[in-house]
Design a protein around this ligand. Sequence first.
Ligand code: FES
Length: 152
Amino acid sequence: SGAPVSFRLNGVERTIDVPAETRLSEILRDLLSLTASKVACGVGRCGACSVLMNERPVNACLVMAWQLEDADIVSPEGLDILPETRIVRQALSAENAFQCGYCAPGFVTVLVSLLRNDPDAEMSQIKAALEGNICRCTGYHSILRGAQAAAE
Ligand code: FES
């Protein structure tokens, strides 16, 4: 077991007391019922669990409770208030980018982060940003088209 950790989650200060090796993906989904971020591979290879940690995308399945002290975490639920999120979601849905949609929150999280840093991101930057996100349904053309439209 561990010591309590305090961090900010979607703008709200939280203190939780869980074993130090508890994964952020479990904290969000199981402890706090924030289920927008998904878990598919569980080992950092698919991006379904993407959240922002100190304004950068990370795989929540690889972040342990002990690493959260003083961190600023934004889960997909917390992205709703950002204008970039609406732009990204609209552009992706206009391209019918997703089929089952399980991977979508991870893609949206990474793309919102990219566009906040660089609203005019080029395709090469979009591809680099999405390198860690896997989609098993539609393939990537429609996702990349949507992402490019969001950056225009
Ligand atoms: Fe975390 Fe796949 S579930 S990267």
